[in-house]
Design a protein around this ligand. Structure first.
Ligand code: SF4
Length: 168
């Protein structure tokens, strides 16, 4: 308690997490530099939902706000898989969506990568025993990187994108 009070007296009232801000600045710089080097400055992502609850999408939407501002780093969400470099796949692989997910993957020009987001795409037993589910996603697609969480926070997603970029 004393330690906590001392820290409060030293720092005063703060409304921002300065450590996280600093870390984010390093991450954002590395993402921007890597995209410049490996993707000529812009990385296009096509988000595909194979059966999610939409919370993963809500976290991805936050990436476009002025705080995270992904477009400043060269990352764009595109409407057509034909304009994409990467598929960002959320949700459990449902029977009905599987052919559409595979179709979207086919339409992405090579070289292409799939990043899965949230715990759903990798979810297996006991759900794969039902008629409606064709899980997990890696039975159908080559997964380049998996971002864990249910849902992952925008910071987790940005860190995951950086790890993916480092690995390719
Ligand atoms: S991982 Fe969690 S938040 Fe994301 S789609 Fe699945 S249930 Fe929803």
């Amino acid at each position: 308690m004393i330690k906590f009070l001392n820290k409060r007296l030293q720092l005063g009232t703060i409304t921002e997490n300065s450590e996280l801000e600093r870390e984010m600045k390093f991450i954002q710089k590395e993402i921007k530099d890597t995209i410049k080097r490996k993707f000529a400055g812009s990385l296009a992502i096509r988000m595909v939902d194979s059966g999610s609850c939409n919370a993963c999408e809500a976290e991805c939407n936050a990436l476009s706000n002025p705080y995270y501002n992904l477009e400043r780093l060269g990352i764009y969400f595109v409407a057509s898989p034909r304009h994409a470099d990467v598929m960002l796949l959320s949700g459990i692989m449902t029977f009905n969506m599987t052919p559409h997910v595979l179709d979207a993957y086919e339409q992405i020009p090579s070289p292409k990568w799939v990043i899965t987001i949230g715990d759903c795409p990798m979810m297996k037993a006991p759900l794969e025993k039902t008629f409606a589910i064709k899980a997990p996603a890696n039975n159908h697609l080559p997964i380049a990187y998996h971002i864990k969480g249910c849902p992952p926070t925008p910071t987790d997603i940005i860190k995951g994108i950086l790890e993916f970029l480092r690995g390719i």
